[in-house]
Ligand binder design. Structure first.
Ligand code: PLP
Length: 429
């Protein structure tokens, strides 16, 4: 049997790398090997073109290989890179922009991944409060480290129970992370009551996009703000997905709720590696980048010219062009188009989403937390995506994953995608 180019590369990858992939959930079926990305499109090693809605899990708010961002990165690399001492003009400009746009950001520090940012936010919270425990929500994802890697995409019978995401985690880390239910303020209030004066921080994705798109009910984020303030708990908005994608000021700007600390990454630099932690000055000054600070903050590659130049360029695009207007309009066009198809074909499904993000849950009520997603038909969800992939529409072939539109997608891309969706649903349902 002759193997396609993609299959040959996959076979080769497995020789050198466990599973042939560099992040666990990249090992999907069908196994893709993409070799070119341009705007809204990606191409596999065999030359097949796809409209990309996976967007590498969210960074591509402008589209792949965006000429303005790439140009600014190349220009920066023509003169500068990384020094490991002092600061750079790019770091200062990048920080100034973030502080000027993000409501909770009096000050900001750069690191390289969202996981680093959430780690720093939690350690800072523990230092500031002198407390140990952390609250997170079932289904939310905040990175791979021990503080947060529990009760993510739990098996349905493990919801809310002790569910570490990895072997080798420290028991102490697992057991000091308490699990609450999203959109359920009573569960948070009760957890705070049962752990009085022991909770350092509460971390939340203001919209849990790691499970598709579950919107916070009116009053939920405000309620978290009030409970955290009343109990001396640091409120961390993990805006690694929502930040910059939903608004240049983050979802906190849309919601009108200001956390104490914010973590950011992904859409911040349109695919280049950089992340950030920002927050109130009195908290941020505890980091030991400030003389006298006692919370360790370091990283060889922090503030590299590639990430800072890319962030500046991405934010300039958002400042100067109708990026959000475009992705919000196309996101809504996609959602309403899919709803019309469902109505025509009698498909029972919920089209969830916000702004540029959407997903179709195959269930008959609007889910408000991870528990509700048990009612989604997971087999249909994944089969639907696999059929779309066959037809050149790339979405992650995995249950409850979201889709993204970028500034590079066009009305014609959405119209074509809707045509294919209708064909595929006719076949499947
Ligand atoms: C909300 C959220 N926080 C943190 C992270 C971790 O970011 P990274 O993969 O850059 O470490 C992710 C990654 O998907 C995320 O979605």
């Amino acid at each position: 049997m002759s193997l396609s180019k993609s299959q040959q590369i996959h076979e080769e990858a497995k020789k050198y790398t466990p599973g042939g992939v560099h992040t666990s959930i990249r090992n999907v079926d069908p196994f893709p090997v993409f070799t070119k990305g341009e705007g809204a499109y990606i191409y596999d090693a065999d030359g097949k073109k796809y409209i990309d809605y996976q967007a590498a899990f969210g960074p591509y708010i402008l589209g792949h290989n965006h000429p303005y961002v790439n140009g600014k990165v190349i220009e920066a690399l023509g003169r500068t890179d990384l020094y490991g001492v002092g600061t750079t003009d790019l770091e200062v400009e990048c920080a100034r922009k973030i502080v000027s746009h993000v409501p909770s950001a009096d000050q900001v520090l750069f690191c390289n991944s969202g996981s680093e940012a959430t780690y720093h936010a939690i350690r800072l919270s523990r230092a500031v409060t002198g407390r140990t425990k952390l609250i997170k929500f079932q289904g939310c994802y905040h990175g791979w480290h021990d503080y947060v890697a529990r009760n993510m995409l739990s098996a349905w019978d493990m919801i809310g129970k002790r569910d570490p995401g990895s072997a080798g985690m420290m028991d102490e880390a697992i057991d000091n992370t308490l699990i609450c239910t999203f959109n359920d303020l009573d569960s948070v209030e009760q957890t705070l009551r049962n752990n009085k004066n022991e909770v350092a921080a509460l971390i939340v994705e203001p919209i849990p996009h790691n499970i598709g798109c579950i919107m916070p009910e009116p009053g939920f984020l405000e309620g978290l703000r009030e409970l955290c303030t009343a109990n001396g708990v640091i409120l961390i908005f993990d805006e690694v997905i929502t930040g910059f994608r939903h608004n240049i000021g983050g979802y906190q700007k849309v919601a009108g709720v200001t956390p104490d600390l914010t973590t950011m990454g992904k859409a911040m630099a349109n695919g280049f590696p950089i992340a950030a932690i920002a927050g109130k000055r009195e908290l941020m000054q505890r980091f030991n980048t400030q003389p006298g600070g006692d919370v360790w903050f370091a990283g060889t590659y922090n503030g590299h010219a590639v990430g800072t130049a890319a962030t500046i360029a991405t934010l300039e695009m958002m400042e100067n062009e109708p990026v959000h207007e475009h992705v919000f309009r196309l996101g809504e066009k996609m959602r309403s188009g899919i709803r019309d198809i469902h109505a025509r074909l009698g498909v029972k499904a919920i089209v969830a989403g916000f702004g540029s993000v959407w997903t179709t849950y195959f269930m008959d009520f609007v889910p408000k937390n991870y528990t509700d997603l048990q009612h989604n038909d997971a087999t249909l969800y994944v089969n639907y995506r696999k059929k779309l992939i066959e037809r050149g529409i790339f979405k992650m072939p995995m249950n409850i994953k979201r889709n993204h539109v970028s500034y590079s997608h066009t009305d014609a891309d959405i119209d074509y995608t809707l045509e294919v969706i209708e064909d595929v649903l006719k076949e499947l349902v």
